[in-house]
Design a protein around this ligand. Sequence first.
Ligand code: AMP
Length: 194
Amino acid sequence: MRLILLSPPGAGKGTHCAWLTRETGVAHISSGDLLRAEIARGSGLGRRLAEYTGRGALVPDDVMFDLLVPVVVAAERDTGGYLLDGFPRTMPQALRAQEIGREQDLGADAVVYLSAPEPVLVARLLSRAADQGRTDDDPEVIRHRLTVFTEATAPLVDFYRDRGLLLEVDADRPVPEIRLDLRRRLAERGLLSE
Ligand code: AMP
């Protein structure tokens, strides 16, 4: 299964990806985790990336593709698919990803859009900040990340809907309920068993 998870920060991508990976065996690839790993290595590139992630700004597309494409290719080879979490996040990324997907026969089977009202997202991000201490979970950066989502990422919802790939799931519900819904929606497309 090749799946893209598209959702605003705080909608629960991480939680649902962990479950989906267990269910399907395909690799969970989080663009944010890849960036944080590079930053943790303390490389020159990592230091440059931290300037973007620390502000809640998107890192340049070229860097994102350089880091991500080899990981997606390896996931497809080793696990028969991928679960892409946090990518693509802009129209240029979506268009380029579609092109690479076509060229390398790596295109997504479906795109899950986890939606939730903004106050719910803010509350979740603030509580995660208290639990995990992520530096980009402070109130000002959270507001900026949500604005970036609305401006840069939200247009992808229509892009994938128009291509018949979008599965919109209401994420403002208890996790087990969301899971059931996700399973049902993916099963309808023959991507997961009921
Ligand atoms: P996340 O863990 O998905 O919330 O991502 C954390 C941060 O990493 C974001 O606020 C961005 O700064 C950066 N980031 C993650 N994915 C992307 C992407 N696809 N394109 C550009 N920047 C990204």
